[in-house]
Structures are given as structure tokens and as C-alpha cells.
Design a protein around this ligand. Structure first.
Ligand SMILES: [Zn+2]
Length: 237
């Protein structure tokens, strides 16, 4: 029974390690609540920047001026038509006028499709700004909740860690290298009971000498296959 106490400590340590994992996952998911919102925030912000850039690139003032200048040119040509002196001149002027009218229609089309796009972008811009405000408020609302939950979890983790260290100190020293190897390989379950002559975790059959050494707690041994520390069947019950 040399190792009875140490094995008891190791069982408690494994229990604490599992608790630790659960707490760390809970802490990560708390933090994730905010980072998920921040992702939305970032993508909405990027979209807003893109909208502003597109609004600038529409160059609506420039298009308005071009359209106005085509109207003026067309009006001037129409006036000139009143002063032509012969048919040849009239035909040439009419052709120029048709050409100019086409340019005006094109400029008008450019301007109006630009105005339509501006409308759509402004609507989307307003929606994105509202969405951003909403997310900022949500973050503010949950931030203190998340922070206090994470702080609570950290305190609990600290307590667990202290308890683990004190249990380890109470273990027989020759166990520590075996324990460290097992923990490194199996951070969640470094222990394994012997069930029906097999290692419960890796299911490999153990030889009878090893089995009775572990069952009698005269030795503390790792499983030769998975390197978990073997627990006697009796301790598990
Ligand atoms: Zn094993």
C-alpha cells in the first residue's frame, strides 16, 4: 500500500485537470462572444469605407457639369440653325446637332445612373451605420458581464492550480517523472484504471506481474503501451 495516498492525490489532480479544461473552454467562449461581435464590427466598417470610396468615385458634380455643357452646346447649335444661309450649311449643322443630341443623352444617362447608384449607396450606408451603432451597444452591454465572468473563472483556476501544486508536493517524489510524462502525453486523462487485466484507456492487455504490483499498490507504474499511470481496480471503486 506504499502508493495508496499518492494514487489518491493523482486521482484528485486528474479530476482538477478536467475541471481546468472545462473552465478554460468556458473562458474562451466568453471571450469569443465579444470577438464574434468585433468581427461583425470590422466587416461593417470595411464596407462603410468601400461605400465612401464608391460615392466619391461616382463624380456626380463632374457628370452634372458635363451634362449641362452638352445642353448648352445643343442650344447654341439650335440657335445657329436660324442663321444658316444655304442648304449645304443647314445639312452639316443638322448632322452636328444630331451628334450633339446623342452626346447629351449619353451624359444624361451617365448622370442619372450615377444618381440612382448614389441613392442605393446612401441607403446602405445608413443601414451600416445603424448596424455599427447596434453592435457597439451590444459590446458595451456584454463587456462587463464577460470581464467579470472571465475574472471569476481565473480566480477559480488559481485555486485549482494551488490545490494541484500542493497535492503534487504530497506525492511520493519517485512518481513525478512518470506523472510528468503521462500528463504531457495525455493532458486530460493521464490516469487509467486496470479493468479485467487491461488498461482501461488503451485497452491493451497487461502482464500479471505488473497487474498485481499495481493492484497491491507496492509499485506505481505507467501502462507500457500508452504511458498513462495505472490505477488499481480497487482504488477506482
Ligand atoms: Zn494504456
Amino acid at each position: 500500500m506504499l502508493y495508496r495516498e499518492t494514487l489518491g492525490h493523482l486521482v484528485e489532480i486528474q479530476f482538477l485537470m478536467r475541471k481546468e479544461h472545462t473552465l478554460l473552454a468556458a473562458s474562451a467562449s466568453e471571450i469569443n462572444r465579444i470577438s464574434a461581435l468585433e468581427k461583425h464590427l470590422l466587416s461593417a466598417h470595411d464596407r462603410l469605407v468601400a461605400i465612401e470610396e464608391e460615392l466619391k468615385s461616382l463624380k456626380l458634380k463632374e457628370k452634372e457639369l458635363i451634362y449641362q455643357s452638352h445642353i448648352e452646346k445643343e442650344n447654341k447649335l439650335k440657335e445657329q440653325l436660324n442663321f444658316v444661309s444655304n442648304e449645304k450649311e443647314a445639312n452639316a449643322l443638322s448632322a452636328t446637332l444630331i451628334d450633339q443630341a446623342k452626346k447629351k443623352v449619353d451624359a444624361e444617362h451617365e448622370l442619372y445612373s450615377g444618381l440612382e447608384r448614389e441613392d442605393l449607396l446612401n441607403t446602405e450606408k445608413k443601414e451600416k451605420i445603424d448596424f455599427l451603432d447596434g453592435i457597439k451597444n451590444s459590446i458595451k452591454e456584454i463587456e462587463s458581464e464577460v470581464n467579470s465572468e472571465v475574472a471569476r473563472i481565473n480566480l477559480e483556476l488559481e485555486v485549482i492550480n494551488k490545490r494541484k501544486l500542493s497535492l503534487l508536493e504530497q506525492c511520493r517524489k519517485d512518481v513525478l517523472p512518470i506523472y510528468e510524462r503521462a500528463t504531457k502525453k495525455h493532458p486530460k486523462n493521464p490516469l487509467s484504471a486496470i479493468v479485467g487485466g487491461n488498461c482501461e484507456e488503451c485497452r491493451m492487455m497487461l502482464n500479471s506481474v505488473l497487474k498485481s504490483q499495481v493492484e497491491n499498490m507496492t509499485h506505481l507504474e505507467p501502462c507500457p503501451y500508452c504511458e498513462r499511470i495505472l490505477l488499481p481496480h480497487t482504488l477506482n471503486n
